[in-house]
Design a protein. Structure first.
Lengths: 211, 211, 211, 211
DNA sequence: CATGAATGAGAGTTCATTCAT
DNA sequence: CATGAATGAACTCTCATTCAT
């Protein structure tokens, strides 16, 4: 899927980038505070430091702002993930390290991640697909780490499921904060999750599925 | 937290129940389709089979509809969980059974659960608290099963985290459907999750947390 | 102008009278409190002690209620004026007495009179005419007293103007209450008005009008 | 009481003034014709020459329009009163002149004054207070003229009452037009009122109040 | 004769978007 | 390139009135 482009009537690309960054910064705060629907374009313009007219020089619709915000969040998440994951590492410690970094990241960006989760459905269909794709890429990064770090005793499906679990448990730290953050710190949460991941319930019996 | 009551100007309580059920049924479909914000009160009325005026005899605000919908979903989820969980059972098989039932439930009600997840933030504060409380109760049910089923080798924190993980992984089946339901059936998803839960990565080494 | 009739679908005339009295009593309070427009028919029904359906058995429109209320107020005012005015009296003291009684009446019924003043314009045209006619009749009563009480030195125009002045100054006690009732009691207000009326400014000089 | 400000989202203050004048002009006509409650905001917008959206750029609520209208009327009345009253004059002729001017003013603005009288009660509480205060100021102007013009034989209470009487009799010319304007012209009305005021009933006998 | 559930036209208000300056 | 006044479709909610029971 090609990078979805949001057209602007401004020619100067550097300016477009600058203005959009202002916009994203302003909008993210508002979306966190009151959600996408309850935020008006006027508020976004104001928080971005320019007029409503100017706002519309850099986007076509309000949904474009949401897309830019989501895209920017994914971008930042992805960049930090890439920075903390070395795909050449093959030890289990590198997996643990990747998980730790990812959980820390989810702690740092919990507001942003929460917003994204609650508002993607407001994106137009094609933007949703684009975002979904980004997500798949991130899960794929986790899959890669897992594949590299574990002995090949894991089936491909297990790997995928593990990656999904880790991915969601990271997000869960943010969007279930009112429950989890009473009982855990990001430290203890991370430690325990890793422990459960590695050890299971410690009551292993050759398990065979079936209803 | 006392049951939040939505006032109605209709006196006949049986009628209130009946009409609200029509309403919930109509609204849920619409919310699933287009989300709460993009659904108009007139559409809700129409889908419920009565006029806009009648709709407002049974609620005060549009948000009331959302609350009734959320409440009804939680109610159904909770009832089915209670029906499938026997808190007197103490075997690990009973835990497995509880998880299976819960995942099946999340499969059956994935649309509803998805809606709830995406729209709770649109509820007024007090209704959000009420819903959060419901969730805590359900997680508590899972905690109880875990506590009963496992040897007491688990710390309280581990129990809580496990319950949260199971709970979220169930929901994840629904709200990450576009990713997961390509790769798994609810059967294979359930089996694998249970296996991972019980066995961990099978690469157990005395693990000591810490950065 | 014939007595304007408000039709009812109920045959039993005694019942109609009874129900309408309940209605007027309930409505007047509400109109005083919040005005005609901000009072709903449901509130009127409730304050009257019966259901909205029953209310509409005794009137056709909400405006009918207003008319009944206005009519009832005028009726009461008129009755009390008639009781306190003896058209056969010819002394100036009888004029003074009539004025006193009228001012006292305006004090007793200030809320009702205020309501009427603020809401007549909401009546349909024909009802307004009817009410206007009632008013003329009352002013005419005052004119009669004046004519009887004073030596015929007064021109007909003077008599009419005097009657109007007295009439309005009585009402003014009620609808300018926030100003007048700080500075006067109904007693002192009455005394002073009568004094001014009889004496003028006491600076009489043969006055010739003209710009 | 500080000037009550109606906020606008338009920045250009000159434009705000201009648009609000259009608005007041349009609204006053409508209010005179059908009253505040039966006039819709759409009608106001249309009569003002702009769209409903534009209307709401210059006010927050429909009640704001009413306030602006009332405020504007009072403003105009007050300005004309100030222009026609010279507080340094001390002759009785100056009082007569003030009254004449005021009555003429009430004749010129009878529609506006009528509207105000019938609709103030629809204003929010604080706006009502504001308007009441304006009225007090105008009555105070009349009091001043009276105090200056008459020998000090008048008690303060008499002065206040006189001012109120003159004030109300002026308004009465407008809001009792259907009765008074059949019998009088503004000229004859004025002349007669002034005569009555100065001479009283010409039947002066040492009057002692009391029941 | 009494009830109150049902109706829907219509009200006030908002806000994404445009475009002349 | 920036501005912000103007627009009007569309929204939520109200309430006078009706009519089956």
């Amino acid at each position: 899927m090609a990078k979805k482009e949001v057209p602007s009537s401004i020619k100067d690309e550097a300016l477009v980038t600058k203005r959009r960054n202002q916009m994203i910064k302003g909008a993210v705060t508002l979306f966190i505070e009151k959600g996408f629907h309850k935020t008006t374009t006027r508020e976004i313009a104001k928080a971005s430091g320019f007029s409503i007219g100017t706002l519309y020089e850099y986007i076509r619709t309000k949904e474009d702002v949401l897309f830019l915000v989501c895209d920017s969040i994914y971008q930042r998440v992805k960049e930090r993930m890439e920075a903390s994951i070395d795909p050449r590492e093959t030890t289990i410690q590198s997996l643990v390290h990747a998980i730790r970094s990812y959980y820390q990241l989810m702690d740092d960006m919990q507001d942003e991640v929460l917003v994204m989760y609650q508002e993607v459905k407001s994106l137009p269909r094609d933007a949703q697909d684009y975002v979904l794709q980004k997500e798949r890429e991130m899960v794929a990064m986790l899959e890669e780490v897992i594949r590299n770090s574990l002995s090949n005793s894991q089936s491909e499906q297990q790997v995928q499921l593990l990656a999904n679990n880790i991915f969601v448990q990271g997000q869960m730290w943010g969007f279930r904060r009112w429950i989890l953050q009473r009982q855990f710190t990001i430290q203890s949460y991370t430690d325990l999750q890793i422990q459960l991941l590695l050890e299971g319930l410690g009551e292993y019996e050759p398990f065979k599925g079936g209803a």
